[in-house]
Design a protein around this ligand. Structure first.
Ligand code: ZN
Length: 432
């Protein structure tokens, strides 16, 4: 079902006109109400009146995560504090977090964005939705929560962690929709399989976000839990989940173009790339009141698809992110994303091997990669020939995909850490 056909199926020319009109309005708004954002514009020598078409966006300066931390706590707020009703943020690895705020109007729009992705997989007031995202500053929990309530579904705010309780609630409350990171879903699915309780569950649909999900990982989650899974995407600095999401056809994530203007740039040079080329996603908020953001550099690498989707929605799609440009490893000059390793591992469908791994990068004269992969069945450890076989299969596939030789180590079942939020599977031991 399409929640808001008027906007989601708007003809492309009308979308462009709407975006331009909203862009002009947001620039005037920033100029009048957001001193920190205005300063950046004037330092770059541009005024709102200089933007005469969407192409002129390229003249505007980027906003980065540093702008959020530099202006912590309230420096980016464009409304009086009494008009802000919510704060979210992401933990910085060092120092202050980057925080963002929402007015009542922002909250309305955010809820609508969630209803769009939930409607696409048929979520209705008849559903029981369990949210297994952490509730807190992270936008995942509360973000999905309010949209699901808007639809009228019964929402269980269980938060992440306590796997047995997750499964108990699924069963007892006859939960039909699950929401979590793909890594946690993978782990929950594994537990369902080990406990043999799948037949007792009523799960039908899963909505996943907070980190990338490869097609192979999705297939594995769907198989172990017996659900249809869709991916959604968002980030706290521009809104949270709902910036984009898959429709029922699951062929790219439709970006809510009536609220965000997407660009793809070359992450090295900052040049805007033509639609269809791969690069870093940059987003401008077109309607956000509390913290309007011009050209936010997401660090996420993706590609835009402008062809009309068979679902009827006209909003451009972004392909699932390959990973953050910050997560990209450069090994002997080759770009490697952890998501590629995951695809290989799950895609090989080796019965003895699970989806859990850790990737160690070391520097010993030259860069080396060691992939630790967890076995599903400890019995395999007794057969040297079988272990060799598995190791070689993984190694060969990685060599053909990445063009790199990678040492593969097989480890005992349940020895690699599980993640209840975003997974962190790379250990880079090289000196910076
Ligand atoms: Zn579609």
């Amino acid at each position: 079902m399409i929640w808001n056909p008027e906007f989601e199926c708007m003809p492309r020319e009308q979308i462009a006109a709407l975006q331009f009109e909203r862009l002009k309005r947001i620039l005037e708004y920033v100029w009048a109400h957001a001193p920190a954002q205005k300063l950046k514009l004037s330092q770059a020598g541009v005024e709102p009146g200089d933007v005469k078409s969407l192409e002129d966006m390229a003249r505007l300066p980027f906003t980065t995560k540093a702008d959020f931390t530099d202006n912590y706590p309230y420096g980016l707020l464009a409304v009086p504090k009494r008009e802000a009703v919510r704060m979210h943020g992401t933990s910085g690895t060092t120092g202050k977090p980057s925080v963002s705020f929402y007015t009542r109007g922002d909250m309305e729009i955010w809820s609508e964005l969630i209803t769009r992705l939930a409607s696409a997989v048929g979520v209705t007031a008849d559903d029981v939705v369990q949210i297994s995202f952490g509730y807190g500053l992270f936008t995942g929990g509360f973000g999905l929560h309010q949209g699901m309530e808007k639809i009228g579904a019964l929402v269980i705010p269980l938060s992440s962690g306590n796997t047995e309780r997750q499964l108990m609630m699924w069963e007892d409350m006859r939960v039909t929709v699950m929401i979590s990171t793909p890594s946690y879903a993978l782990y929950l699915g594994e537990t369902v399989r080990d406990m043999g309780v799948r037949d007792r569950l009523k799960l039908r649909v899963g909505l996943f976000g907070g980190e990338g999900c490869t097609p192979e990982m999705r297939a594995q989650i769907e198989e172990t839990l017996g659900i249809t899974a869709t991916n959604n995407y968002g980030l706290c600095e521009v809104m949270g989940p709902g910036v984009s999401g898959e429709c029922e056809l699951r062929d790219g994530l439709h970006i809510a173009e009536d609220h965000f203007y997407p660009e793809i740039i070359n992450p090295e040079t900052g040049q805007v790339l033509p639609v269809g080329e791969q690069g870093e996603l940059v987003l401008t908020t077109l309607t956000k009141e509390a913290v309007p953001v011009i050209r936010y550099r997401t660090r996420d690498i993706t590609r835009l698809v402008s062809e009309k989707c068979a679902c009827g929605r006209t909003h451009m799609r972004m392909l699932p992110t390959l990973g953050r440009s910050d997560d990209m490893l450069i090994i002997k000059g080759v770009n490697v994303f952890p998501s590629q390793i995951e695809s290989v591992l799950i895609g090989l469908k080796l019965p003895a091997v699970g989806p859990h791994y850790l990737l160690y990068v070391r520097h010993e004269r030259t860069d080396t990669l060691e992939l630790q992969v967890e076995l599903l069945d400890a019995g395999v450890l007794e057969s040297f020939s079988e272990l060799d076989n598995i190791r070689n299969t993984i190694q060969d596939k990685l060599r053909s995909i990445l063009g790199l030789t990678c040492k593969v180590t097989l480890v005992e079942p349940r020895t690699i850490q599980r993640f209840q939020g975003k997974a962190s599977r790379v250990v880079d031991l090289r000196e910076k």
